[in-house]
Write a protein that binds this ligand. Structure first.
Ligand code: IPE
Ligand code: IPE
Ligand code: MG
Length: 241
């Protein structure tokens, strides 16, 4: 996209797999499988476009309320994605990070996630942040618990707690907040995704179901981002006034 400054951190709520499948008379699992293909394309496009960080909402802390068979499908897809795609991601210099609560995950899945992080740790291409078993309220509660423990141990005072400090206790404290959050499928809500980090993110909602998302859809969302005026509570300096 010539002439455009590319957002540094793009986060995507990959939604609409089930409806994509239902519209075609297919089982929901087929929608999830096609969703993984859209993810592959999007990761490739993001890297080529010069995006530094891509965060993807893969499985929410609330998605455990779905039927067991669908959860099995989703866990199986994650397993397969890491097994089949990790080598290629690594080859392309992608650095994988994971956010979310790992403790409740199947040990095999935990191991795969750790393997992906360890293998790609030294890479300096696109950072791919996988939000898995992720909920923003839970993430903030984990941060609060860590701070409470510091206070209890006498290492800090309650009055020392600042927004920056809370930010530093979140799951990926070294990463900048997302500039742009895209949600597919037409839903216009955050569904407990990055609530803290989204304070000044631009939100772009697109009607496309996730399996149909591709490079062109990403470019269109970024073009919309460029039409926005980010003010961060301040004023934009205007010439001639
Ligand atoms: C997104 O698609 C994938 C996950 C939430 C894991 P959905 O499964 O939510 O699809 P819809 O929203 O039912 O169409
Ligand atoms: C958000 O989508 C979670 C992921 C994309 C992983 P959901 O489909 O779970 O969200 P709701 O239930 O429509 O809010
Ligand atoms: Mg959904």
């Amino acid at each position: 996209m010539p002439g455009f400054e590319i957002p540094r951190h793009v986060a995507i709520i990959m939604d609409g797999n089930g409806r994509w499948a239902a519209a075609r008379g297919l089982p929901r699992g087929e929608g999830h499988r096609r969703g993984v293909e859209a993810l592959r394309k999007t990761v490739r496009a993001a890297g080529e476009m010069g995006i530094s960080i891509l965060t993807i909402f893969s499985f929410s802390a609330e998605n455990w309320s779905r039927p067991a068979s669908e959860i099995r499908d989703l866990m199986g897809l994650l397993r397969r994605f890491i097994r089949n795609d990790l080598a290629e991601l690594h080859q392309n210099g992608v650095k994988v990070r994971v956010i979310g609560a790992r403790e409740d995950l199947d040990p095999e899945i935990r191991k795969l996630l750790e393997e992906a992080e360890d293998l790609t740790h030294g890479n300096d291409g696109l950072t791919l942040v996988v939000a898995f078993n992720y909920g923003a309220r839970q993430e903030i509660a984990r941060a609060a618990a860590r701070i409470a423990a510091e206070v209890q141990a006498g290492r800090m005072e309650p009055s020392d707690v600042t927004a920056d400090h809370i930010g530093q206790c979140l799951d990926a404290p070294d990463l900048p907040d997302p500039d742009l959050i895209i949600r597919t499928s037409g839903e216009q809500r955050l569904s407990n995704f990055l609530l803290w980090q989204a304070a000044y993110s631009e939100l772009v909602f697109v009607p496309t179901y996730w399996p149909d998302f591709d490079r062109e859809a990403l470019e269109t969302a970024i073009a919309e981002y460029h039409r926005r005026e980010r003010r961060f509570g301040g004023l934009i300096a205007r010439t001639g006034s």
